[in-house]
Each structure stands twice: as C-alpha cells, then as structure tokens.
Design a protein around this ligand. Structure first.
Ligand SMILES: [Zn+2]
Length: 272
C-alpha cells in the first residue's frame, strides 16, 4: 500500500472516530456507533466455522452482518473492517464477504488490506497508543512490557490480544522477539485470566452469541407474510430472533382462513 493511500485511509478513519463516543482511549461501543451512522447492523450466531461478516448495499440501505459466534473482540474488529469496506470501497462494489483469511490479513487482495488498515487505525490510532504508553505505562517503547500491560490495552481499546501485539509491532513499539515472548506469556497465563487480574473487560475474550436485528425488519417480514410471500414458519423463525411469538404481533397479521389449525381454534371457541 502506498504511503499516500495510507494517509487517505487514516484521514477517513479519523473522521469516523471523531463522530464516535470515546472513553479515555478507545471507542466505547462500536456497535452503537454503527447504528448511529445509519448502517443496518445484524448480529447473529452463525457458528464458529461460518463466515465472519459481510457488508452490502441494498437499495438505500447499507447492511452489515457480523457472526456473533466469535469472541467479542473479534466481532468488533470484523465490524471495523466492514466499515472500512463501506467507507473506502462502496463506490465501485457493493458487496464484501469476509472470512478468517481476509480479516487476519493473510489475503493479497489490496481492498482487504486497506479495510484492515482502516480497522486498525479506527480502533487503535497511533497517537492514542503513544498517549497510553506515556500516561499509563510511563514509557515510550515496549521494553519490559508484560502480558498484563497487553491485557490493559485490550480492555481500553476493546480489541483482542493478537490485535494489540500486531498493532504494537507495526507501530514499532515492539520487535518480533518481544512479540514472541508476549505471545508465549499469553499461552501460559491465558487471556481470560490476564483480563480478570487487571479487572478488565473479560467479555472481550468470549463469544457473545448476540442476536441483534434492526427493528424495522419486523415490518418487512410481516408485510411479506400478509402478502403471502413467505410461509408462517419463516415468520415464526424471524420472530424468534426478536424473542417474539405470533401472539405478540397478532393485531398486525392477517388471519389465514385456509389454516386448519386456526379454523379448529375458531370452532373450538364457538363451542365454548
Ligand atoms: Zn474484507
């Protein structure tokens, strides 16, 4: 990636970050920010082996899907990566699907690398990392960093242990040897334990399995059901995602007179 392009991406990520609510160093809740930016965000547990996420443009909507079977820190990175595609690449293409290869930076595709660069800068801008080193660690480089320091950064920036190590290496705070040592320390002590011992956000390290679907999708599904475009089973499945049943929306759905069960209910009701 050319330096001029990198700078362009930093400017765009910075503009997004400026709109976000930030705690001392990191964005507090990127999921909320994404909705505030007008994107339709869907989080659903598709299973660990499924794709990590996608972004697509459909009519006037920009939809981001995130697989919530992943660890929360990974979900957040995937979201930042998808936002990168939307902001950097949605003028030419209107659909990106991501798996562990594209997100882990193992893809040669320039757009994938750009989306990862955007995500890294959005979540951990270099000046905020410098500030953390100065104010919290009282040092300017990564000498004598411990796993606990990495866990503190994870918690402050809402990112994974891996992401902190990769970011510190690319910002030349640590070299590959230090990275290896910190990686070994992680394997010995486990990230969850490190996070707990600093009173950090242990949720980052476990799968949320969240289900989060924009509310207006219910209207769309009910409309399709009332116009007989989808069967009752599909309607029920979608409602399940919102923790709702048919009864909860009974005033909004047309009664299917050809449904034998409903007819039986009706006759039963008359007999009473
Ligand atoms: Zn991608």
């Amino acid at each position: 990636m050319l330096d001029t392009r990198k700078r362009e991406i930093r400017i765009k990520a910075d503009a997004v970050r400026e709109k976000c609510k930030v705690s001392r160093y990191g964005i507090i809740d990127l999921f909320k920010e994404c909705e505030r930016l007008g994107y339709k965000l869907i989080r659903y547990p598709l299973g660990e082996k499924a794709d990590l996420g996608f972004a697509l443009k459909r009519d006037d909507d920009i939809v981001i899907f995130i697989n919530s079977s992943c660890r929360l820190s990974r979900e957040i990175f995937t979201l930042a990566h998808e936002m990168g595609h939307i902001i950097l690449h949605f003028n030419g293409e209107s659909r990106f699907v991501d798996n562990s290869t594209t997100i882990a930076g193992q893809s040669d595709d320039e757009k994938e690398q750009e989306a990862n660069y955007f995500a890294a800068y959005l979540l951990m801008p270099s000046d905020e990392v410098d500030r953390f080193f100065d104010l919290e660690l009282s040092k300017s480089n990564g000498e004598n960093l411990t796993g606990l320091d990495i866990a503190r950064m994870m918690s402050e920036f809402s990112v994974s242990y891996d992401m902190v190590l990769n970011r510190l290496e690319s910002l030349q705070k640590i070299d590959s040897n230090q990275k290896l040592c910190l990686d070994t320390e992680r394997a010995e002590k486990r990230v969850g334990n490190l996070l707990r011992s600093i009173g950090g956000n242990a949720r980052l390290n476990s799968a949320g399995n969240e289900i989060d679907i924009p509310y207006e999708y219910i209207d769309y599904v009910i409309y399709n059901y009332n116009h007989k475009a989808i069967p009752k089973e599909t309607l029920e499945k979608v409602l399940e995602c919102y923790h709702l049943s048919l009864e909860d929306i009974s005033d909004r759905i047309d009664i299917m007179t050809d449904d034998n069960d409903d007819l039986a209910d009706l006759i039963g009701g008359l007999e009473d």
